[in-house]
Ligand binder design. Structure first.
Ligand code: AMP
Ligand code: GLY
Length: 424
């Protein structure tokens, strides 16, 4: 079978590497891919957001299946375009992708169906939003409605900060059209858990739960990023919490989407906070998480391609979805300055040394004319190690990451530290 993966980051590299294990796939393509994916798949130079060109390419090349990994093409309706041409694809259609593409849609859905989440108000009128946050209890959280690369969320300590945030989003246009509507919500506290789930709209199969590290610097200081590292399993996701999540959040969300006429198929990502009142939804994503996928898929023992097709066919109930009992740790190596300004084009050394004991997923890399690997993005590589226990996985991941060098390399040195504390 010919399979195309859409995207070009660390998440897509992890998906490509896992799909390569499937005997049914004869040729794997990736659009656009990157410097590392080029070693595992045929890279096709079409941007992930060029949905018309992607659908046309998939039809022309007679792809048997397409995996749409990033949020943008999902929200733009790439899966709908592919099915329109008779090509089955992994991921939600445009209507179901709204669960990530519009925070107002997601929050209204949760309110309507009694799914636990932070209390909130949604606004499309800047004056009303300003009046509301001027008197709200702080801290308070202001979120742009649309996709904003994880940067459209501002946690405000004072009313003045919240007013400035609303003003910037709704009047300053900092997030473009994404900020023309905002959600203002209650600040929640507790450990965060990411749960990625396969679903065909009716059956849901959670993967091993993970913990992202979103802030740029050690000790959860610095700016929010796309994610600086991940560990799995997440010790805060106990069997009791898992059961509550299934009953109070996962199954009700699937049912809500069915009742709204937009059943969700693909990977549904639950960003949860384990509060004193129980687990609550912080956000939904309509796709695999990045970097969560780089820690979760290495622990998957079943055939990813078979499971993906079962979500498309509606046969997930009969599919085998198994994970190892071990642990994993992914340390992200970033360009100095990320998530703000950073330089690219720096030669990377030591990848082969790191690969002796770990898996190196490429996020922002490219090859030069001589086949040298250069930095090409903010998050450059994800170094993942798997072991029997979490402490061993963390040690192995850092030992492997120590081999890798490039100018300005920045990484956190405490990925997994909070999880280890929880295990004590
Ligand atoms: P999001 O893009 O919605 O996942 O938000 C990014 C990050 O902001 C989350 O991972 C949380 O750490 C934090 N956050 C979002 N919403 C809240 C909330 N209501 N209370 C506390 N922290 C939040
Ligand atoms: N790591 C968070 C996300 O993928 O949105």
């Amino acid at each position: 079978m010919k399979v195309l993966v859409v995207g070009g980051g660390g998440r897509e590299h992890a998906i490509v590497k896992k799909l390569k294990e499937s005997k049914e796939i004869t040729v794997l393509y990736c659009a656009p891919g990157n410097g590392g994916i080029a070693a595992d798949a045929v890279c096709v130079p079409i941007k992930a957001t060029d949905v018309e060109a992607l659908a046309e390419y998939a039809a022309r090349e007679q792809m048997d299946y397409v995996v749409v990994a990033p949020d943008d093409p999902l929200c733009m309706g790439l899966v709908d375009r592919l099915s329109g041409r008779g090509i089955p694809a992994f991921g939600p259609d445009k209507a179901a992708a709204r669960i990530e593409g519009s925070k107002v849609f997601a929050k209204d859905l949760m309110r309507r169906y009694g799914i636990p989440t932070a209390r909130y108000e949604a606004f499309d009128d800047a004056r009303k939003a300003l009046a509301y946050v001027a008197q709200a209890r702080c801290p308070i959280v202001v979120k742009a409605d649309g996709l904003a690369l994880g940067k459209g969320v501002l946690i405000c300590q004072t009313n003045a900060e919240a007013e400035a945030a609303v003003d910037e989003m709704m009047r300053g246009g900092r997030f473009g059209a994404s900020g023309s509507r905002v959600v203002v919500e209650e600040f929640l506290e507790g450990p965060e858990v990411s749960v990625l789930c396969f679903t065909d709209g009716t059956t849901i199969r959670p993967m091993v739960a993970s913990m992202d590290h979103k802030r740029a610097l050690d000790g959860d200081e610095g700016l929010n990023t796309g994610g600086m590292g991940v560990i799995a399993p997440n010790p805060y996701y106990t069997p009791e919490v898992a059961q509550r999540c299934m009953e109070e959040i996962f199954l009700p969300t699937l049912e809500a989407m069915r009742r709204e006429g937009c059943p969700f198929r693909g990977c549904l990502y639950f960003g949860l906070m384990i509060t004193a009142d129980g687990p609550k939804v912080i956000e939904y994503n309509c796709r695999f998480g990045d970097p969560e996928t780089q820690a979760v898929l290495p622990l998957m023992q079943s055939d990813l391609f078979a499971v993906m097709r079962a979500t498309t066919d509606g046969t997930l109930e009969r599919a085998e979805v198994r994970f190892s009992g071990g642990a994993s740790c992914c340390v992200v190596l970033a360009s100095g300055g990320y998530p703000k300004q950073y330089e690219t084009g720096k030669p990377i050394t030591g990848i082969a040394g790191a690969e002796r004991n770990a898996c190196v997923y490429h996020a922002g890399t490219r090859l030069d004319g001589d086949g040298n690997v250069l930095t090409a993005g903010g998050r450059v590589l994800g170094v993942t190690a798997v072991a029997e226990t979490l402490p061993e996985a963390i040690r192995k991941a850092y030992a492997a990451a120590d081999h890798i060098h490039f100018d300005g390399l920045h990484r956190r040195s405490d990925i997994g530290a909070r999880a280890l504390k929880a295990l004590e």
